[in-house]
Design a protein around this ligand. Structure first.
Ligand code: KIV
Ligand code: ZN
Length: 515
């Protein structure tokens, strides 16, 4: 029987530490639900002590998720660990993840603690955590740059105190595959009680080797948990990409001889959801989830594929959830056809009212755009989910004028709470003019960090998906808007970001600003 590798997803915690990738509570819940459909074993939902907002988000994820273990990060001290346990109260299965740095540099410069003090604190914190949960993970931060003898002592001690998983992060992405694999192997060989815990790897991608290092940690080192994120999101250059790990284990089962419980057909929907919510566009040539990952353009390749797909394909697009870009619905499609397509896409609607609301959005889009693709339906559903989060500002209509040599003007009508307002402004371009018109009324004073436009499907018939990232008062929010008219999509995205800044229940200091 092949060994099982535990997939620990940290998109909602380490992923959120990507500059700008902050997520609201409701967005975390939407992603967590998709991670559950993906069947990840553990969902690290956040860092409870980092902010009240993250505490609330973890609590909401803990209440929403039924099958996966929900985890919160905590520094290795009583206060953080208590906060993590409190946030996880509603979870069916919970894990507390305590971390403490063990490298000489981090201990001396960051913690200003001696190795003996670090060892004592690690032990104390796990002893404390064990009173609050059975499932306890200990991470030796900057583990890969730690001294072997000292790290062995720390790991042995925390396992003795009851840690059930020990994680050895390559926090700064310094490792190389063979060396990292051997490092984990040496640790496992030298720690006398190593068989009493699951060994875990957590690699950053600073040198582009996070996936290779993690796999070596499993293959050479004997680790049985991989920490990873959707689209490789994460601090700096990112973390280990879940989709690459899963498909490497599956496609090269002959070599790894490991299994994991992931439903790979949910990978692409997860990738799209995370990309849409965070505004982090997936590069086209990204393995598995990039738009070109399964595209064959050269004549020789196309010819080979037509004769036998195995000539140039080691995986099937449909196995990871790519649906062919086919027209699925149109103007004449009814409510039942729409409902059935939602089911086929794995989109669950909790109430009949949600279906009605989504169907109205679908009909409106079908009036503007004759061919509706799966991607359009996913966008409609994301808009509906965002609307459920509460819309203080709501887009109604827009008209704009632009002509070569003239300064563009825009007139935007939108709702502020229950009052309809219309505002006009000029700008450098029609998008700028529209956002100026909105800002003229709202006067948010927020700083614009990002504006990006993407075509949801191919061709100029496509809907534009716009992301606007705003920063204000220590918070960073992403607003997304879709529409066949990219100026209208831009106004919707701006209003969506303003809604998040306005809604106190979504208030959350982004993870980068954690003290
Ligand atoms: O990279 C790292 O060391 C971490 C730990 C907190 C697990 O993210
Ligand atoms: Zn990390």
């Amino acid at each position: 029987m092949s060994d099982k590798v535990i997939i620990f997803d940290t998109t909602l915690r380490d992923g959120e530490q990507s500059p700008g990738a902050s997520m609201t509570k409701d967005e975390k819940v939407r992603i967590a639900r998709q991670l559950e459909r993906l069947k990840v074993d553990v969902i690290e939902a956040g860092f409870a002590a980092s902010s009240e907002g993250d505490f609330q988000a973890i609590s909401a994820v803990a209440a929403a998720v039924k099958d996966s273990i929900v985890c919160s990060l905590a520094r290795a001290n009583d206060k953080d660990i208590t906060r993590a346990a409190d946030a996880l109260k509603a979870a069916n299965a919970k894990r507390i993840h305590a971390f403490l740095a063990t490298s000489p540099l981090h201990m001396a410069v960051k913690l200003r603690m001696s190795p003996e003090e670090v060892l004592e604190q690690a032990k104390r914190s796990i002893r404390f955590a064990r009173n609050l949960a059975d499932d306890i993970e200990f991470s030796a931060e900057d583990g890969y740059r730690s001294e072997m003898d000292f790290l062995c002592r720390v790991v042995e001690a925390v396992i003795n105190e009851g840690a059930t998983t020990v994680n050895i992060p390559d926090t700064v992405g310094y490792a190389t595959p063979e060396l990292y694999g051997e490092f984990i192997h040496t640790l496992r060989t030298r720690v006398p009680n190593s068989d009493k815990a699951v060994w875990s790897v957590h690699c950053h991608n600073d040198l582009g080797m996070a996936v290779a290092n993690s796999l070596a940690g499993v293959k050479i080192g004997g680790a049985r948990q991989i920490e990873c994120t959707i689209n490789g999101l994460g601090e700096r250059a990112g973390n280990t990409a879940l989709e690459e790990i899963v498909m490497a284990l599956r496609t090269r089962k002959d070599y790894f001889d490991m299994v994991c419980g992931i439903d790979a057909t949910q990978i692409v929907p997860a990738s799209k959801l995370v990309s849409q919510i965070t505004g982090f566009v997936v590069q086209p040539n990204k393995a598995v989830v990039g738009a070109n990952a399964f595209a064959h353009t050269s004549g020789i390749h196309q010819d080979g594929i037509l004769k036998n797909r195995d000539t140039y394909e080691i995986m099937r697009a449909e196995d990871v959830g790519w649906a062919a870009n086919k027209i699925v619905l149109g103007k004449l499609s009814g409510r039942n056809a729409f409902k059935q397509r939602l089911q086929e896409l794995g989109i669950a609607l909790e109430a009949e009212a949600d279906l009605n609301e989504a169907f109205v959005r679908f009909k409106t889009l079908a009036d503007q755009k004759s061919e509706i693709f799966d991607e359009d339906i996913i966008a409609i559903m994301s808009d509906s989910a965002a609307a459920e989060e509460g819309e203080f500002y709501k887009f109604i209509s827009l008209s704009q004028h632009s002509e070569t040599g003239e300064r563009p003007k825009s007139k935007v009508t939108f709702r502020v709470d229950d009052k309809e307002v219309t505002s006009e402004a000029e700008g450098n371009g029609p998008v700028d003019a529209s956002l100026n018109a909105i800002e003229g009324i709202v006067k948010s004073g927020a700083e614009q960090l990002l504006y990006s436009v993407n075509a949801i499907t191919s061709g100029t018939q496509s809907q534009g998906e716009v992301t606007v990232r705003l920063a204000k008062g220590g918070r960073i929010v992403n607003g997304v808007g879709t529409d066949p008219d990219i100026i209208a999509a831009s106004a919707k995205a701006y209003l969506s970001a303003l809604n998040k800044l306005h809604d106190p229940s979504q208030a959350k200091l982004n993870a980068q600003m954690t003290p």
